[in-house]
Design a protein around this ligand. Structure first.
Ligand code: AMP
Ligand code: ZN
Length: 114
């Protein structure tokens, strides 16, 4: 998708601080970190949002969650804990329409979110 900034990050056309990559996934540091560690985990496949995930994406959806786990372990977050967030749609606060999971850690995160 030429007009999608996350597709362009995956393609290397927009620079990013890569944290993890495999055949299906890409993870990189958020440009406006909301916590000491703030990484976005995305599928390379362009899926606009959680609501556009299809039955055929079932394996990929599982891979994303395991990818989040891999990145959390790689960054040493597993002991103290972390948060995984998916913003969906306008009221969910989604601003980039390529599905992504925020991995936040490195400080005590409050609940509920704003
Ligand atoms: P959301 O609001 O859930 O759609 O999250 C989009 C996230 O993408 C925000 O936290 C932005 O800071 C982040 N973001 C936008 N552009 C870039 C970029 N070029 N590199 C890294 N993170 C980005
Ligand atoms: Zn995309």
């Amino acid at each position: 998708m030429d007009n999608c900034i996350f597709c362009q990050i995956v393609a290397g056309k927009i620079p990013s601080e890569k944290v993890y990559e495999d055949d299906d996934l890409f993870a990189f540091k958020d440009i406006h970190p909301a916590a000491p560690t703030h990484v976005l985990v995305i599928p390379k496949k362009h899926i606009p949002s959680l609501m556009e995930l299809k039955e055929e994406d079932e394996r990929l959806a599982g891979k994303i969650l395991l990818g989040v786990q891999k990145v959390a372990r790689k960054l040493g977050l597993q002991e103290k804990g972390f948060r995984v967030v998916n913003n969906m749609g306008e009221e969910g606060g989604q601003t980039v329409y390529h599905i992504h999971f925020h991995l936040l850690g490195g400080r005590h995160l409050t609940w509920p979110p704003g």
